[in-house]
Ligand binder design. Structure first.
Ligand code: FAD
Length: 467
């Protein structure tokens, strides 16, 4: 083992949880090290949020030309597509932003230790790899993230059978693609490949796409996907797959009957699992739950008080901004900053296919389960929005789930163009405990998509203007 170094905080993992926690800790005057086994930026920058959004920007461009070009006198029939070039672009973007993280760490005088960390004790990390050494710290923040979950018996070969990780490096588009799982990752890849010319089928076990999200939102996404030629099979439980002769045969159970599909490539998007292998957590006394996520308290401490866990490792929602916000909260609480605890109920979730989907807080179903009749709904369709109609994007709506007595926003659900940007206003509204009366009094510029939020608030107040 190499030299021994001592710090106030040692962070394991330089994803959006770890590197943000490290910067905030350094801003608070703490001496900080970050141990990273791979490339700074984590899954988010390298194999998740950023490269997928780079690719989806291309998909959206093609979709816009094809689906909406005619309305503006643009003939998109002669457009040629080079998916390989789009993948190159996405890799360049990931590289550039990853280098940005390294320089941010330097700028904040954070020691980057390259290698794989193992928790050797309550305050000790053994690092193996290029910068082999022992790191001692008063506190350790674990931010090792998650990786793809693949069902037992499924062999990922990186060509015919892939997860999002392999898919992001492949520059070819299959003729026919089956996406197993209609969660955020499955939906985004289904849309991406369909726009670049694949015939795509999505298989989902639940009876709606985006399980857990608002049912009306999911139904709108489903019908828009079908209009774009994407086949959606719901209530279909994946059983097994077999790859031979350049084809993959996938068996699934639907309505109690076994069905099969033969396809060129399968993308398994059935969820993620926490990354704890080789970390030595259980030996060190860090308790994990039944699914392997670290169990933490409101201050993000694990069962070993000097060890904290944030981000995907500490459980859902498995989102980059949740990881970052937890990282900030964890080190601020460590440093004695007076602040409210991190509130997972106010984390927006976004899906970047077209139509886009964005949601925060309770769904209507959850709100009615908890409050019965004490819930009001305010809804506004984009088909009645001047800006959406002008842009030829009339699909979708804004739906507000509201406390019937005080008008507080309990949840917000948006499906349609621009949804992932619109949700920020509703996140701020919920943070400030804004009521629909206050939203309705807020002047929204005309014509903008954000007027749909204003109109949904007016609807919740029982005084719709434009619908
Ligand atoms: P990670 O980003 O997973 O980072 C963990 C880091 O720890 C990695 O760099 C890893 O190398 C390192 N590490 C692990 N073990 C060790 C060890 N023992 N020693 C040293 N280093 C170690 N979220 C969104 O919010 N928006 C999106 O649009 C979005 N799109 C996604 C698309 C895809 C295809 C995928 C897969 C995910 C997407 N996510 C998205 C989820 C998001 O990427 C994760 O929620 C986020 O990266 C979690 O951050 P983290 O810091 O907890 O962990």
């Amino acid at each position: 083992m190499g030299a021994q170094q001592s710090f106030d905080v040692a962070v394991v993992g330089a994803g959006p949880g770890g590197y943000v926690a490290a910067i905030r800790a350094a801003q608070l005057g703490l001496r900080v090290a970050v141990v990273e086994a791979d490339r700074p930026g984590g899954v988010c920058l390298n194999w998740g949020c950023i490269p997928t959004k780079a690719l989806l920007s291309g998909a959206e461009l093609v979709d816009s030309l094809r689906a909406h070009g005619k309305a503006f006198g643009i003939d998109a029939d002669a457009v040629t597509l080079d998916y390989g070039r789009a993948v190159e672009h996405s890799r360049q973007v990931a590289d550039r932003l990853g280098q940005g993280v390294s320089s941010l760490l330097r700028k904040n005088r954070i020691r980057l230790v390259r290698g794989r960390a193992r928790l050797a004790g309550a305050n000790t990390l053994d690092v193996s790899g290029p910068d082999e050494q022992t790191v001692e710290a008063d506190h350790v923040v674990l931010a090792t993230g998650s990786s793809e979950w693949v069902p037992p018996g499924v062999a990922v070969d990186g060509e015919r059978v892939v997860t999002s990780r392999e898919a992001l490096a492949l520059s070819s588009v299959p003729g026919r693609l089956l996406v197993v799982g209609a969660g955020a990752v499955g939906v985004e890849f289904a849309y991406l490949y369909a726009m670049y010319g694949a015939r795509v089928t999505v298989l989902e076990m639940a009876d709606q796409m985006l399980p857990g999200m608002d049912v009306e939102v999911a139904r709108t996404l489903e019908s828009e996907f079908r209009r774009k030629g994407i086949d959606v099979v719901l209530g279909a439980r994946f059983e097994e797959l077999e790859s031979s002769g350049g084809q993959v045969r996938v068996g699934y159970i639907r309505h109690g009957r076994r069905e099969e599909i033969s396809i060129d490539r399968v993308l398994v998007a059935m969820g993620r699992r926490p990354l704890t292998e080789g970390l030595g957590l259980e030996a060190a006394g860090v308790r994990l739950d039944d699914s392997g996520f670290a169990v933490v308290d409101a201050a993000h401490r694990t069962s070993l008080p000097s060890v904290l866990a944030i981000g995907d490792l500490a459980g859902g929602p498995l989102l980059a901004h949740k990881a970052s916000e937890e990282g900030i909260a964890a080190v601020e609480l460590l440093a004695g900053v007076e602040r409210p605890p991190f509130d997972a109920a106010r984390v927006p979730a976004c899906i970047y296919a077209q139509p886009q989907v964005a949601a925060i807080g309770l769904t209507e179903t959850q709100a009615r389960e908890r409050r019965g009749d004490g819930v009001r709904i305010g809804r506004f369709p984009f088909s009645a929005s001047g800006k959406a109609v002008a842009a030829d994007h009339p699909a979708g709506f804004v739906k507000l789930v509201v406390d019937a007595e005080f008008g507080e926003i309990l949840g917000a659900h948006v499906v349609g163009a621009g949804a992932t940007e619109l949700i920020a206003e509703l996140a701020l509204g919920m943070q400030l405990e804004a009521t629909t009366a206050e939203l309705a009094r807020t002047v929204h510029a005309h014509p903008t998509l954000s007027e749909a939020i204003w109109e949904a608030a007016l609807a919740a107040e029982g005084r719709s203007l434009n619908s």
